[in-house]
Ligand binder design. Sequence first.
Ligand SMILES: Nc1ncnc2c1ncn2[C@@H]1O[C@H](COP(=O)(O)OP(=O)(O)OP(=O)(O)O)[C@@H](O)[C@H]1O
Ligand SMILES: [Mg+2]
Length: 317
Amino acid sequence: MTDHNDEYQQAYLRERAARMEAEQLLEDKSRVLYALNQELVKNVADLEHQQQLFIQAEKMATLGTLSAGIAHEINNPLAYAMSNIECLKGTRLVIDKLLLLNEQFMTGSITANELKHEVQSLQALHSFAQLRVDIQELTDDSHEGLRRINSIVRNLLNFARPSNNEKQLADMTDSVKNALKLLKNQLSSCQVTTDLNALPLTWCNLATINQVMVNLLINAKQACDVASNKEGHIQVYTGFVDDKITLTVTDNGCGMNEDTKAQVFNPFFTTKPVGTGTGMGMSLVYSMVTDHQGVIEIRSEENQGTQVCCYFPVISN
Ligand SMILES: Nc1ncnc2c1ncn2[C@@H]1O[C@H](COP(=O)(O)OP(=O)(O)OP(=O)(O)O)[C@@H](O)[C@H]1O
Ligand SMILES: [Mg+2]
């Protein structure tokens, strides 16, 4: 009986030791796994950060491409606002004179007759009715010019602002319209047609989608510039087709050969002259679209044109 008990106890002790060893092993492995997981989380965060920096750097490069056209776009309204202010300065002299006469009359330093006489001679030099029309037109015109400058600068700042990677329930049409507004002047060498249909709201980052559209539109424009033998046409389509939000940019530019098509999404791949393209545009478009669980399809034929379609699922939470 005692032998039996001893055996039983030893078996129990062996079993306990084995179990403790296994538990220890499990704990060690868990600790290693936890450390590895922590490292992985950190690496993913680092990668996401690098990606954001990359997107921002590409934005700055795109801004470089945009800046020449934008300077021109701002210059026009700025020039007429400035010349209007010059004209208003002349008008101000007459108003100053009238205010002074008014003050002199009110304080009794000139009589009503003298006031009448002075006002009449001023009126003979400058038609007051015309002055009123001029002031109205000059201020309205300048206001319109400054409003345009303000909207160009706002669009630019919207574009340049680092996107925070935060998504919201929004309408991608806003991004498409913003990109078209931002590039209005740049695209004026091409005929741009839009067919913007209602889109459902989806979880997205509008700044990122804006950047996608700016890149696609600049590429389309540059492709049209290369095919200088015909008038450039760019079509922008948005719609909700087969449960997908569809954004399409089509151009009748130079198109791509097979080699270009195969490499178009490769970082730093460009066929453009040094200093024109960084070759980062489409690679970032790809990552920005896939970040929205979307897919891109490119159809392109040399000397015929290119169509880039982005399809996004609707994400509602
Ligand atoms: N719409 C298009 N038509 C013809 N070729 C295109 C079009 N879009 C892209 N490509 C080709 O793909 C290449 C890569 O495009 P991507 O936008 O990545 O770089 P890029 O335009 O050369 O430079 P950037 O970084 O300034 O955008 C272009 O150099 C061009 O050869
Ligand atoms: Mg490009």
